[in-house]
Every structure is written in C-alpha cells, then in structure tokens.
Ligand binder design. Structure first.
Ligand SMILES: [Zn+2]
Length: 141
C-alpha cells in the first residue's frame, strides 16, 4: 500500500513490479533487497514509481562460499600434510639406507686398516729376520 504523491490516495497494487538488489552487501552481512513498482493512481490517474517493501535476506550464499573456502583450505592443508609426511618417510628411508652404507664403508675401511696393519707387521718381522741374517753373516765373516 503506497500513497499517491499527487493526491495522497492509497494505491494497493502496482502496475509493474521488480526486485532491486544493491551490488554492495550491507555491513550487517545482509543484502537489502527491495521491490520497486510502477503505480497508477485510480483517482488522478498519475503514474509514479515507489518502493514496495524492503526485505533483508541473510547472505546464505556468501556463508556457503565461506564454508566451501574453509573446506578447500582444510583439504589443501591435509594434502600438504600428506605430502610432507610422505617426504619425511622417504627421507627417513633414505637416511636409514645411507647409515647402512656408511656402516658398511666403515667396516671396509676398518678391515683394510687391519689388513695393512698385518702387512706392516709382517714386513717388520721380515726386516727383523733379514737384519738377523745380516748380523749372523757378519758374525760368520
Ligand atoms: Zn492520485
């Protein structure tokens, strides 16, 4: 029910009616949607435009978008965590493999050192026996 701006007669129904939605949502998070209609006064026959009624709809779509975004972020984080966990697993396996390799190399180096020590000892003994032989020869001469 609107008043005719010309004569003040109450006009009940609009000739034409449409919904107007502002581009920017209000601060409260609602989209203030309102209807605008073209009215024709039955008394003075003047046509005028007037706001029919304001309805504030809660921004369900925006909330849903937000929920979807949170879900996406959470999925992204889960994916990142999964990737990191797999990376850590791979690195741990690699580290274990490297430790085994280092351990094996240590053993190889140790056995080589032992072999060299034995060889050096044998050479010392040989040298000693050669000196003894020479000494004995000198004594004989
Ligand atoms: Zn009128």
């Amino acid at each position: 029910m609107v008043d005719c701006p010309n004569c003040g007669t109450k006009v009940a129904t609009a000739v034409k009616c449409w919904t107007v939605t502002p581009v920017k949502p209000s601060v409260r998070g609602n989209i203030p949607e309102f209807k605008v209609g073209i009215f024709e006064c039955p008394k003075c026959k003047s046509k005028f435009r007037s706001k029919v009624g304001a309805t504030a709809k809660p921004v369900e779509t925006n909330v849903n978008d937000f929920v979807v975004k949170i879900k996406e972020i959470r999925e992204g984080l889960t994916q990142t965590l999964r990737t990191l966990r797999e990376k850590i697993k791979t690195l741990e396996t690699e580290r274990a493999g490297l430790m085994v390799e280092i351990e094996n190399l240590k053993k190889v180096v140790e056995s080589r050192a032992n072999a060299l020590e034995t060889e050096v000892n044998q050479l010392r003994e040989e040298l000693q026996s050669l000196r003894e032989l020479l000494g004995a020869g000198e004594e004989i001469d």
